[in-house]
Write a protein that binds this ligand. Sequence first.
Ligand code: NAD
Ligand code: UD1
Length: 349
Amino acid sequence: MKNILITGGTGFIGSHTCLSFLEEGFNITIIDSLKNSSKAVLKGIKEILELTNNYNEKKINFYEGDVRNRAFLKEVFLKAKKKNKPIDAVIHFAGLKAIQESTLKPILYWDVNVNGSINLFKIMEENNCTTILFSSSATVYGDSQEIPFKESALVKPFNTYGYTKAAVENILNNIFNADCSRWRIGNLRYFNPIGSHPSGLIGENPNSKSENIFPNICQVASGLRDKLHIFGNDWPTPDGTCYRDYIHIVDLAEIHKKTLKFLFNKKSINITLNIGKGNSCSVLELINTFERVNNIKINYEFTSRRVGDIAIYYADTTKIYNLLNWKPLKSIDDMCKDGWNWQKKLLSG
Ligand code: NAD
Ligand code: UD1
């Protein structure tokens, strides 16, 4: 079975993706600096797999380290070779993702997100490993105004985080154009992943300064925050709040497996795909759903609009549907139920 290197594999999306690959018998090699995650995630993955007698510790290798560290990366590839399980493909999640922080710390964001990626691509090439899925973001569309966004829409980011994601997409395009006979590249533009594995054994573990809506709702529900600030009720939308394309994290994880298998069947390819549900839900609808399915009240108040927000943002998912015959299965109800289930377990330790 193939060995997949998953950078940032103990993070929110990485952990669910690791699980999805392990469930199907892949070998995985995880690297993570643990800057925004913890090794406890590995225990959660193990417990989930044990529920179905599917755990095999030989199939997981974890290395703590930074993608910017060349010697470290070289060593990881070498160790995999020595074990007779060379890295067949990479899924590159490792990076920093907070939009506000990125505007305050641009050097850090360019260094981690772009230098870290260049470092990784160099080592991949040296090891003749030329299959990669890259975690890009819908944020690269910026305010290019073609909603829903098709993959062909103008790339027009307007924050540092978005610039770094667009830069890595460009680097990958350049790599492919220079040597299109052997690279297999999947560039995945995620919309808004939320929720967690239904077991409640792995999930998102944001820090207290989280900027994103779903962790903030959970923090209010669990008493870690007094109230949720809804950024604006005067948007040109049906209920005055912003609309987003939320997708369940388990659906998002699954699509990595499906896309990577698709790449493995090609000699060479460079493809960009939107990963979303293809429809949108307002902030108020999300809160109402969370309250209804979990029977819990969310204390909120309206405040002024957040700088950089856009009224409606969702994916045109025709391309991925036509190519991979894939549609996300889970509903907003599932996202709210599963996300809260994880948050409750987190609170109880
Ligand atoms: P996350 O912070 O939970 O996971 C990222 C992981 O990378 C963390 O475990 C962190 O410790 C690790 N990491 C950070 N810097 C590192 C470094 N220099 N070397 C090695 N490891 C490092 O974030 P996530 O939500 O799982 O996002 C994963 C990827 O998907 C990121 O690249 C992010 O930009 C992208 N993305 C996320 C979202 C989202 O809403 N969560 C949306 C679009 C794109
Ligand atoms: C943004 C990026 C996305 C990125 C994600 C993670 C865009 C269009 N999207 O998503 O690519 O991966 O951040 O950093 O740039 N909200 C509140 N109160 C809160 C938090 C959020 O009302 O406390 C509102 C926001 O105004 C927005 C919605 O909830 O309308 C979703 O916000 P958020 O979860 O931060 O995600 P995006 O900004 O859509």
